[in-house]
Design a protein around this ligand. Sequence first.
Ligand SMILES: [Zn+2]
Length: 189
Amino acid sequence: MSDSFVLLWGATSLSEQESDELYPLLTSSERARAASLGHVLSQRYLSGRYLARKVGGQILGQAWTSVIPVAHCCECGMDHGAITLEGTDVHISLSSSGGVVVAAGIRGKQIGVDIEQGNLGDSREVAGRTGTHSVTLGSWCEYEAVVKAMRVGNAVSIDELDPAEVSGRFTVHHATQQDRLVVAVAVSR
Ligand SMILES: [Zn+2]
């Protein structure tokens, strides 16, 4: 199977027209999640769900209005986190930073995407199991993409990831610079 994924960018709040298009399509669990959040986070959540539908529609070659994203957070049980499209093998990952949200999707594989504001070579201090490490923003972004594709989140810290295991299980599309953002994608093999 090809490793090609679909990636779309958007703003963290929808235009009035986009909101009007999306609102009637929202599932009851999406409405519940949006209602549980404050205004800014709710806007960002809905933007993510809008983009997820657009990505899903492109992957499946059908109208974006006909695909239904679902997620189940293993911590709170609500409809957020790693997304699948109902009744399909499409997986979608979302990330946001600053005013930008990105959605990446693929069929039949796990996927993780991460975006970070800044430049590839910026250094960032991050907490690991064995203390604080100084890493490049590019490396951090790739780490985030991998743990999202693994669905373990930050429960596995950057110094606990075994590079050999990661490269055996995932194709990591190395972090690239896109304007003021760094983006990385990891896809399961
Ligand atoms: Zn949750």
